[in-house]
Every structure is written in structure tokens, then in C-alpha cells.
Design a protein around this ligand. Structure first.
Ligand SMILES: *[C@@H]1O[C@H](CO)[C@@H](O)[C@H](O)[C@H]1NC(C)=O
Ligand SMILES: *[C@@H]1O[C@H](CO)[C@@H](O)[C@H](O)[C@H]1NC(C)=O
Ligand SMILES: *[C@@H]1O[C@H](CO)[C@@H](O)[C@H](O)[C@H]1NC(C)=O
Ligand SMILES: *[C@@H]1O[C@H](CO)[C@@H](O)[C@H](O)[C@H]1NC(C)=O
Length: 962
């Protein structure tokens, strides 16, 4: 009786009995004409050949000839008429045959989840129907008004499916629905009410409607003029579930005032803007309100305080401001007064206020919700301490991360026997967390205290009452001892004890803890080693991230570490990795291997063939020598960083087989030879975004093939022995030439998959600014840079350079370039830094240079330039030294005035780039203490993608370096 079991109506309990009898021993014999009608209906259906076909029981042969016993059919046990057709998710299509008209007694027609494409008009003639469900079919066309004849219907569901989001039903006249005088539940999905301005009035006048469900519908503006003489509230409507629709904003207030008996109201994800009306207070029967994922502004309306029956309130992800005080209108008292001397909302269990702009302290009146189970306040601007939580004996989940809460954590937390999740990360809590705080939390599964100033004081023989799944204590002081109590935790999946001041070695027992983990972060501690038998999880069944960077691990890397998917081991003192790389392994699933900033030395091992999955390889800042092994080229790397080693030889030509490489940095080595022309001829031409050959011994000319690097954003060939001219084809660097109007990615991000889990890696890179190198990560993707400085390039600067309008930095200094500065250089409106010093450039400075208002650094010294320095707010702000050593430049900021110039009015008193116009720079300073090596952008969070950020950033660097 598989088909029937899907049906949800109460009346079907009875029908189930009916059908059961039909199929087994009942004497019910179906009526011949109805049987023929069903066979004809079957004939018209298109079935999915690859699925089990339940219609196979529908045959006319004598043993199965009784249609009342067919799957999905039910008959009345007295009259023998077919009264039920229930074919849910049978893969049937595509038209509904009119032979069903023969089934005059049909009461229940459920074709949900099939492939029917239209609603036939004749369904309106099946007037006995009480239940009609055509939902989740790719229906299109108009909903026939003939459905208005189905006056016995109590359940009606029509609509499309997310699988065909563009196949939608339309309604042009909805008045027929009010004739469905028995209708209790109405569900419409993917319906376009086109211009049906009376949809709202009509719904209100369906006399017995209790439940309205509209999803992904287009609801136009309601004609309110016709509303005035019809202000009666519906008395039957109890539930309005209308999420993810497109509602005309003027209709929203009407919905808040639709019924006097409303219990459930869900208007989530409807682009509701502006403040909430106060009329909520009149809907005192409301129990569940969902208004999440809108753009609601203003304060929480005071009238919420009169909703004494409220059980759940979802206001997440809006723009609500103000304090939490309004939540309980002080003037109101719900009937259930108690000894606390105030109103009590005994019903409220779930309160979701996360992702808003709420501020101020957590009010004491929160205690008026004694039965709260979930309290979610994360991502707001709340201040002050966490109040005494002892009235909340039912609390199971408390989320308050990312606020500005401070003070110490109340010890009363330890009494919450029911607590399963407690997350107060990224606040300003301070003080000590003791065993008392955690004493009775025997159901706790998720604990996050990260990024506060908390110190954990737990004795080494403490036995916690809980088995955690997630434990995050980043930047809490947990050490100096490795937390011994962790060995009692046998179900941990995610563990972060980074930056916790832990020293010593990882104890042997940690292998047991590690054997269940999918995320392990021990970075930024003082760990100096691990027990020789320590191993990582090695079952390869999950995406396993291991971060042990920034510690003092030394010696050789343990071969067992190859069972992680992402392995971050940078900034340690590992000396050997040959055994780790070259020991034959059953399975290597490492996709990210970061061994940068260690003490690796010797020739680079050539064992990469068993590391086929590798996507990111970072070995920079070690002491590796010898050649770059050609087996590296057989991997599908997206990022290869070998910067700052002692590698020699040329780039292995096997790299031209890399089909994914987007970042190749081999700067600061001793590589030599000519720049291989295959770089521009292979797939790399499409993928490479960053190429750095900086500070090696490459010689010869820049191959014109290099111009094929369509995607290149950062090209650094500086500090080599390159000769010849700069190829004029550089205007083929399309990603430097294209106007991007903010569509760029801020980051250069790599994505990869293991077992359907997606990993991402944000690349960073070292970039020069005024002679110092800085680490870029969060805005690396915005940078466009060409650095050819300190070579022996000759000839002119190609005029085509001026077409690369997105360039942010250009450094051609210290070459033998001659001729003019390109006349149209003023087109480079994004340019922040231009260094052409120490060449033999001659003639005048092009006037266009004065038009680049973003220019924050300019050096034209030591050339053969002459004439007046063009006047602008920008060019006069640079030091005189940046124009020095030329043939005859004159005018401000130089002291030499231009000979024939009588009209010159003196230096502008604007200091250029009005400082006050720049963005508030204070946030730039947040991370400086951590050091650039850490990547301070990570600390600052995501940047909004605005040109002004770019400018501000460079301005910041400008201030920093000087
Ligand atoms: C017929 O079905 C009804 C329910 O619809 C049930 O109450 C009644 O007992 C059934 N009668 C027989 C004879 O099975
Ligand atoms: C059904 O409704 C249509 C229009 O909505 C009407 O023209 C027709 O007469 C009705 N049929 C019956 C049998 O009531
Ligand atoms: C809904 O119908 C209106 C009027 O016909 C039309 O302009 C609009 O594009 C339709 N919306 C969708 C999503 O099809
Ligand atoms: C609430 O109901 C009262 C009395 O029924 C009425 O006067 C008032 O206007 C209503 N408030 C709102 C906002 O609808």
C-alpha cells in the first residue's frame, strides 16, 4: 500500500482501510465503465521507463481485473465507485486524460510529484473532489477558473517545482477561489498572479480557509481602494506560510492584519523593507512568527510584548536596530504573572535575532522567557556582560558570537544541564573559565569560546561531564600544558586550540582524539614536537584539515601526515621532508601542502608522482637547492610557490602540461636560462594570474609569446638580466586592459574537492611598495601589476602600455629605456604607483600624468626629462628627489622655476589627496601587531569591493612606509 502511505490527510486513515480491503480479501468489485476509464487513463500516460512501473498492476486480465485492487486506486466499500486516485511520485506525464471524467464519484486525486504539464479545464467537473493535489509538477499555463466549481474541496495544491524554476502557472482572475466554500488548505507554488490585484481580498473571503501556503509566487500590488468596504478579518485563517515570494511592498502590512486567529505567520525571504508595523499586538493568537532574511529596519516593535502566546520568533538576517528592551513591552502583562514580578512569556522557546544591528546590553527582562530553548544573538552589536542565565533552565542552545559583549562569563552557565551548544566567540569576554563554568554541562556538544581574552583554568586530571563534537578555543589561554582533559573526548570532529599559549610535545594519546577529527588547528602555539607514535586520522573517509603552522616543530616530517587533505605546516623548524614525500604510500589524498618558512634543505626530492592530488604546493622560504624536478609538472597544480630558495637550472618544461596553474612564484632563486616561450603557448596562457620570476638569473629578451597570458594580473620579471625591448603586444594582457566595474574577485582563490567537500584556498603574494615587500591576500585579486625593474631592457616604453587601464602598479625602473613616456599614460586611471626612475627617458612629462588622481607614488628621477612638471593636485606633492637627476625639469615641487613662465601662480596650498576624504583608516591598524606575515587582512575580515578600498589601502601603505 505504498502509494497510499504518502497521503497526509486525516480522512485517508479511513481510505487506507478501504484500499487495504480492496487489495486483499474484500469482495469489492469495481464498476466496468470506471475500469475502462482507468485503463484509458493509463494508455494516455507517459511513464519513466527506468523506474519501477506501478501501473503494471493495472491490467484487465481476470486475476487482476478488479480495478479497486490496483495500486493507487481506492473504491467506496458500499457503492464500489472509484473514489481515490493516489499516484504520488510515479514519474507520470504529461497530460491528464479526460477519461477521468467517467469517475464521477472521485473524491481524492493526488498526482503530486509527477511530470504533468498542464491543469485541464475538465477537472472542474469532478465536483465530488475534496482533495486535489497537483503540486510539484512542471505545470504551466493558466489555472482554469473551472476549479471554482469544486465546491467540496477542502485541500487544493497546485504548482511547479524547483527543478523547473521557469515553468510557472499564471492566474489572471482569482475570484473563483472564493466559491470553494469548504476549502481549508490552499497551497500554491511557482504561481504568477500577474496583474491580479484582488488576490488578497479573495483569499480573505474563502470562508473556511485555515492554512495558506504560497511559495515562490509573484504577488502584485493590491488595489486597496476596493478594500475599504471589506475590512473584516478572516476568522478561520490560522496559518500563513509565504516564504520566498515576490510580494509588492504595499501588500505586506495587509498580511500582518489578515486574520484575528492567526497562529503561524511565515514571511521569510520576501524582501520586506522598512520598519515593522505595530499592529502585531492585535494578533494575540500568534505563536510562530518567521520574518527572517528580509531587510526589515528600525526597532523591534513594542507590540511584540503583547504576544503572550509566542513560541518562536525568527527575525534573523534583517537590519533591525535599537535594543532588546522592546521585545517585552513593559506596559503589557501576559496573564501568567509570577514571583519575578513582571510579565512572563512562558510559551517562548525559540528566539532568533542573529545577523541584525541590535545594540545595547542584554536586558534583565530576558528572564521573562523562562522556557527559552534557543537564543541566537550572533552577529549584532550587543554590549555589556552576559546576564545571570539561571532563570533559563531549559536553555539548550545559546549563540552570541560576534558581538561586543564583555565582562566575565557567569558561573551559572555550569548549571545548564540541557545546554548542547554554547558559542560566545569573537566578543570581549575576559577572566577565567573554571571547572565550575562547565560543571553540569553533561549534554554539551558544541563549545566555542574563541577570540576573547579568556583563560582556561582546568586541572590536568579534570574529567569533563560532556562529550564534545566541536571545541573551539582559539586565542584563549589554555596552556602552557597541552590540555590533558581532551583525552576523555572520543567524539570530537572539530578542534581548534590555536594561539593558546600551549608548549611542549603533542602527547601520545592525542592520536585517539585525532582519529575522529575532520578539523584540527594547533597553529600559533609553542609546540616543539610530537610523541614518536603520534599519528593523524588515516581512514580517508572525510575531508581532513590539519593546521600546525607557527609552532616549533623540528626534525623530519612524519610520513603518516599524508592522510590529511589540507596540511598547513608553515613557520616551523622542520628540516627533512624527503622521507615524508618519498616513502611509498598506499594512498595520498593531500590537496594542499604548505611547508613554507621551515628549514628544509638539500636538493628538492623528485617523488611527486604519488602526490597526484596536489593542488597547492608551497615550499617558499626554505633552503632547497638543485633543479625543480620535472615530475612536478605532472601534477594538476593550481598554485606552485618556490620563492626564496636556492633552486637552479631553468623552469622544467613539463610545467607546460599544467592545465590549472594560476599562480607560479619562483622568485628569489638562482634559476637561469631564457624565459621559456612555452609559458605563453600552453594552457597556462589562459590560467596564469600571477607569474613571478623575480630576482633570478634569467637572460635574453622577453618572449613575445608571453603576451598570450590573457589572465595575467601580476607579472613580476624584475631583478634579472633581461635584455631587448618590452614587446608592444603587452596590450593582449586582457585582464589588465579590461574595465572591470567591480566585477573582479577580491581574492585569487583556488577551489578543490575531496569526497564532495569543497575546499578553498586564498592565495597571497609578496608585493613591493616603496622598496618594502608586503603580503597581500584579501585584495590580491584587485591588484594589476607589471614589474620589469632592474633588468637591462632597451628601446622605448611601448605606447600600448597605456591601454592596460586597470594597472595599479608599474615599475620599469633601473633599465636602459629611452624615448618618451607614453603620451596617453593618463589613461591609467587606477594607477597608484609609477616608477620609471634610472632610465634614459627624455622629453617632457606628458600632461596626462597629472590627471591620474589616484597616484600615490611616483619616481621619475635620473632620466633625461626636461620642461615643466605638469600642475595637478598630485604631482606637486611628491618629493623633489623623485624628479631629481634629470636634464632640466622645472616648476614645483622643484625649486627651479621655469624660465619663460610668468603666469605660474605658485604651489597649490592643497596638500593633495585631501586626507580627510580618505576612509577611516583605523581598521587598517587592527592587525599590524600580528605582523604582515600572518596576513593582516585575515584579521580584518572581508573587504567590500569598492575602488575606494583600493585607494585607501595604498594610502595606508604609503603612510606605513614613510
Ligand atoms: C466501509 O468503510 C467505512 C469507512 O469509510 C468503514 O467504517 C466501514 O466499516 C466499511 N464497511 C465495510 C462493510 O467494510
Ligand atoms: C464550471 O465553471 C464554469 C466557469 O467557471 C462555468 O461556465 C460552468 O458552467 C461550470 N460548470 C458546472 C458544471 O457548474
Ligand atoms: C508574471 O506575469 C507578468 C505579467 O504577465 C509578467 O510581466 C512577469 O514577467 C511574470 N513573471 C514571471 C516571473 O514570469
Ligand atoms: C488594534 O485593535 C484596536 C481595537 O480593536 C484598534 O483600535 C486598533 O486600531 C488596532 N491596531 C492596529 C494597529 O490595527
Amino acid at each position: 500500500m505504498r502509494a497510499i502511505s504518502v497521503v497526509s490527510m486525516i480522512l485517508l486513515v479511513a481510505i487506507d482501510v478501504l484500499v487495504g480491503q480492496g487489495s486483499s480479501y474484500s469482495p469489492v468489485q469495481c464498476i466496468e465503465s470506471e475500469k475502462q476509464a482507468l485503463l484509458s487513463f493509463k494508455q494516455s500516460l507517459v511513464v519513466n521507463q527506468y523506474l519501477y512501473n506501478p501501473l503494471s498492476s493495472w491490467t484487465s486480465n481476470s486475476s487482476q481485473g478488479d480495478c479497486c485492487s490496483w495500486e493507487g486506486i481506492g473504491c467506496d466499500n458500499k457503492t464500489n465507485h472509484v473514489i481515490v486516485i493516489d499516484l504520488v511520485k510515479w514519474g507520470l506525464g504529461s497530460d491528464i486524460s479526460s477519461s477521468l471524467l467517467e469517475l464521477k464519484d472521485l473524491e481524492h486525486l493526488n498526482l503530486q510529484g509527477n511530470n504533468f504539464i498542464r491543469i485541464p479545464n475538465f477537472i472542474g467537473s469532478l465536483t465530488r473532489l475534496t482533495y486535489l493535489n497537483l503540486e510539484t509538477n512542471p505545470l504551466s499555463g493558466a489555472i482554469p477558473s473551472q476549479l471554482g466549481n469544486l465546491t467540496s474541496l477542502s485541500f487544493l495544491a497546485l504548482g511547479g517545482t524547483i527543478l523547473h524554476p521557469n515553468t510557472i502557472l499564471t492566474v489572471t482572475d482569482f475570484r473563483w477561489i472564493s466559491r470553494l466554500s469548504s476549502l481549508q488548505k490552499l497551497r500554491l507554488v511557482f504561481v504568477n498572479f500577474t496583474t491580479t490585484s484582488e488576490w488578497f481580498q479573495t483569499i480573505k473571503t474563502i470562508p473556511s480557509l485555515e492554512e495558506l501556503y504560497l511559495y515562490r509566487c509573484q504577488l502584485p500590488e493590491v488595489d486597496t481602494s476596493s478594500l475599504s468596504h471589506d475590512m473584516n478579518l478572516s476568522n478561520s485563517l490560522k496559518s500563513i506560510i509565504m516564504s520566498s515570494n515576490t510580494i509588492h511592498p504595499s501588500s505586506i502590512p495587509l498580511l500582518f492584519n489578515i486574520s484575528s486567529n492567526l497562529v503561524d505567520l511565515d514571511l521569510g525571504d520576501n524582501q520586506i523593507r522598512g520598519p515593522l508595523p505595530n499592529s502585531f499586538g492585535n494578533m494575540t493568537s500568534l505563536e510562530n512568527i518567521k520574518l527572517q532574511d528580509n531587510q526589515i529596519e528600525g526597532e523591534i516593535p513594542k507590540s511584540f510584548g503583547s504576544l503572550c502566546n509566542l513560541r518562536s520568533l525568527y527575525l534573523s538576517n534583517n537590519n533591525l536596530s535599537g535594543t532588546l528592551d522592546n521585545l517585552i513591552g513593559s506596559q503589557v502583562s501576559c496573564s501568567d504573572q509570577n514571583q519575578l514580578g513582571g510579565p512572563v512569556f512562558p510559551a517562548l522557546e525559540e528566539l532568533y535575532l542573529n545577523d541584525n544591528l541590535l545594540e545595547g546590553p542584554l536586558p534583565n527582562s530576558l528572564r521573562w522567557f523562562p522556557n527559552l530553548v534557543v537564543l541566537d544573538l550572533h552577529n549584532n552589536l550587543l554590549t555589556g556582560p552576559l546576564p545571570d542565565l539561571s532563570p533559563f533552565s531549559s536553555l539548550e542552545r545559546l549563540f552570541a558570537s560576534n558581538n561586543k559583549l564583555d565582562g566575565s562569563l557567569p558561573e551559572s552557565i555550569g548549571q545548564f544541564h540541557n545546554l548542547t551548544a554554547f558559542d560566545v566567540s569573537s566578543n570581549s569576554f575576559s577572566g577565567v573559565v573554571s571547572e565550575t563554568h562547565l560543571m553540569n554541562l553533561s549534554n554539551l556538544e558544541q563549545l566555542d569560546l574563541s577570540f576573547n581574552s579568556l583563560k582556561l583554568n582546568l586541572s590536568s586530571n579534570w574529567g569533563p561531564p560532556f562529550q564534545l563534537v566541536t571545541l573551539k578555543l582559539a586565542s584563549c589561554t589554555t596552556g602552557p600544558q597541552f590540555p590533558n582533559w581532551l583525552q576523555t573526548q572520543s567524539q570530537l570532529v572539530s578542534l581548534d586550540i590555536s594561539n593558546s599559549n600551549i608548549s611542549g610535545v603533542i602527547p601520545y594519546w592525542f592520536s585517539t582524539v585525532s582519529s575522529t577529527l575532520e578539523y584540527l588547528n594547533l597553529s600559533f602555539n609553542h609546540l616543539s614536537g610530537m610523541d614518536p607514535n603520534f599519528s593523524l586520522r588515516s581512514d580517508y573517509i572525510s575531508f581532513y584539515v590539519v593546521d600546525m603552522s607557527y609552532n616549533q616543530f623540528r626534525g623530519a616530517l612524519p610520513p603518516s601526515f599524508s592522510s590529511a587533505v589540507e596540511l598547513y605546516l608553515s613557520n616551523n623548524m622542520f628540516t627533512g621532508f624527503k622521507r615524508f614525500l618519498c616513502t611509498p604510500k598506499e594512498k595520498v589524498i593531500v590537496l594542499v601542502l604548505d611547508l613554507s618558512d621551515n628549514l628544509l634543505s638539500g636538493t628538492m626530492p623528485d617523488c611527486w608522482l604519488q602526490w597526484r592530488g596536489l593542488v597547492i604546493l608551497n615550499l617558499e622560504n626554505n633552503n632547497l637547492s638543485g633543479i625543480i624536478p620535472s615530475s612536478l609538472g605532472s601534477l594538476d597544480l593550481q598554485t606552485l610557490r618556490l620563492r626564496n630558495n636556492s633552486l637552479s637550472g631553468n623552469l622544467p618544461s613539463s610545467l607546460n602540461g599544467s592545465s590549472e596553474l594560476l599562480l607560479l612564484d619562483v622568485g628569489h632563486n638562482s634559476l637561469n636560462g631564457e624565459i621559456p616561450s612555452w609559458i605563453g603557448e600552453s594552457r597556462l596562457a589562459y590560467t596564469l594570474k600571477l607569474l613571478s620570476l623575480k630576482s633570478n638569473d634569467f637572460y635574453g629578451s622577453i618572449p613575445s609569446n608571453l603576451c598570450h597570458l590573457n589572465s595575467i594580473q601580476i607579472l613580476d620579471l624584475s631583478l634579472n638580466n633581461l635584455t631587448g625591448v618590452i614587446p608592444s603586444c603587452i596590450n593582449n594582457f586582457t585582464s589588465m586592459a579590461r574595465e572591470t566595474d567591480g566585477a573582479d574577485h577580491e581574492t585569487i582563490t583556488t577551489t578543490y574537492y575531496y569526497l564532495r567537500t569543497q575546499g578553498t584556498y586564498e592565495n597571497d603574494a609578496m608585493v613591493m611598495w616603496k622598496g618594502l615587500e608586503y603580503k597581500y591576500d584579501k585584495i590580491l585579486g584587485l591588484l594589476r601589476l607589471i614589474d620589469l625593474s632592474s633588468n637591462r631592457l632597451t628601446g622605448q616604453i611601448p605606447a600600448e602600455l597605456a591601454n592596460l587601464v586597470e594597472l595599479v602598479q608599474v615599475n620599469l625602473s633601473r633599465n636602459h629605456l629611452s624615448g618618451l613616456i607614453p603620451e596617453k599614460i593618463g589613461q591609467l586611471r587606477q594607477l597608484q604607483s609609477l616608477d620609471l626612475s634610472n632610465n634614459q627617458l627624455s622629453n617632457k612629462i606628458p600632461v596626462g600624468l597629472a590627471q591620474i588622481s589616484s597616484l600615490a607614488y611616483l619616481d621619475l628621477s635620473n632620466n633625461k626629462l626636461w620642461g615643466e612638471i605638469p600642475t595637478s593636485t598630485q604631482l606637486q606633492t611628491f618629493n623633489a628627489s623623485e624628479y631629481a637627476g634629470n636634464l632640466g625639469l622645472c616648476g614645483p615641487p622643484l625649486t627651479s622655476t621655469c624660465p619663460e613662465d610668468k603666469t605660474f601662480s605658485g604651489p597649490s596650498n592643497s596638500s593633495g589627496g585631501n586626507e580627510s576624504e580618505w576612509l577611516d583608516m583605523s581598521w587598517f591598524n587592527i592587525g599590524i601587531g600580528v605582523g604582515f606575515v600572518v596576513g593582516f587582512w585575515g584579521v580584518c575580515g572581508t573587504l567590500a569591493l569598492k575602488t575606494s578600498w583600493r585607494e585607501a589601502y595604498f594610502r595606508f601603505l604609503n603612510n606605513l612606509a614613510w
